[in-house]
Design a protein around this ligand. Structure first.
Ligand SMILES: NC(=O)c1ccc[n+]([C@@H]2O[C@H](COP(=O)([O-])OP(=O)(O)OC[C@H]3O[C@@H](n4cnc5c(N)ncnc54)[C@H](O)[C@@H]3O)[C@@H](O)[C@H]2O)c1
Length: 264
């Protein structure tokens, strides 16, 4: 029997076949889960949907349903969750795998972080961190018997990673948000955890300055002397979404080949 046999969950958002969300969904479905998938409607919605469906085919997610969700809009979140209510009634897990910051402020140039304008700060924090509160609140009525919520973060929240800039501030807020949600929702048997992944080549990652240097640095310095792949994040997600982690909440688990533990 699969680790998530009979369980239903929501995974937001898939952009393309490289998205960490797609890798998590593949592992969840393989272990018996039924999934509803979110995607960001951009420009031509049919085109965005086609790209997501292609990624879903590649990850063998044929049985999952999809619905647009822009977390900067309360109406869009409500529409996504009303579809979830119709399709699933109740759910067992929620995966938050989305983030955004204006790439003009993700550069390694001197003074780039200091130049972050108020609206860029607010937008990054709103989409990348506040959204976890908004999605957890919307999921709450669908989780009468408890459940598991996970969100994706990165080491740039704790240490300066040149170029990660405002996204580092947003990830610090996301991690703290996860801990407060874990406490607030604990009596309802809802667990909330984060996964701190090492760098992976995705659309979001390509917005961050000097990504190739990060990959090279990981190979040189991480304990395992290599980079991680998104499938490894998927496997850790399975642990956090399943009963295997029933006693774990408010935690952050690194999937980074040991990089965060090395000082020099
Ligand atoms: N790739 C990495 O190196 C890495 C490392 C650690 C953490 N993460 C985190 O993993 C998560 C997934 O990123 P990814 O690397 O798979 O890249 P990705 O580009 O595939 O995923 C980012 C997702 O965020 C979505 N998004 C952006 N703005 C949105 C909005 N307003 N409403 C709803 N969705 C929105 C995009 O549509 C996309 O689906 C992010 O939180 C990212 O910060 C990534």
């Amino acid at each position: 029997m699969g680790l998530l046999e009979g369980k239903k969950g929501l995974i937001l958002n898939i952009a393309n076949d490289r998205s960490i969300a797609a890798h998590i969904a593949r592992h969840a479905v393989r272990e018996g889960a039924s999934c509803g998938i979110g995607f960001l409607p951009m420009g031509n919605i049919e085109k965005s949907e086609r790209r997501v469906r292609k990624a879903m085919d590649e990850h063998a997610l044929g049985g999952a349903w999809i619905h647009p969700c822009d977390v900067s809009s309360d109406e869009s979140i409500e529409s996504f969750f009303s579809t979830a209510r119709e399709k699933f009634g109740t759910i067992d897990f929620l995966v938050h795998s989305l983030a955004f910051a204006d790439y003009n402020y993700l550069k390694t140039d001197e003074g780039n972080f200091t130049s972050t304008p108020r609206n860029v700060f607010s937008q990054a924090l709103d989409i990348s961190a506040y959204s976890l509160i908004a999605l957890a609140r919307a999921a709450l009525p669908l989780m009468p018997d408890g459940g598991s919520v996970i969100a994706m973060t990165y080491l740039g929240s704790e240490k300066v990673v040149p170029g990660y800039n405002i996204m580092g501030v947003a990830k610090a807020a996301l991690e703290s948000t996860a801990r407060y949600l874990a406490y607030d929702l604990g009596r309802k048997k809802i667990r909330v955890n984060t996964i701190s992944a090492g760098p992976i080549k995705t659309l979001a990652a390509s917005a961050v300055g000097e990504l190739d240097e990060m990959f090279a640095h990981m190979e040189k310095k991480a304990s395992l002397h290599r980079n991680i792949d998104a499938g490894e994040v998927g496997k850790t997600a399975l642990y956090l979404l399943s009963d295997l982690s029933s006693g774990v909440t408010g935690e952050n688990i690194y999937v980074d080949a040991g990089f965060s533990t090395v000082g020099l």
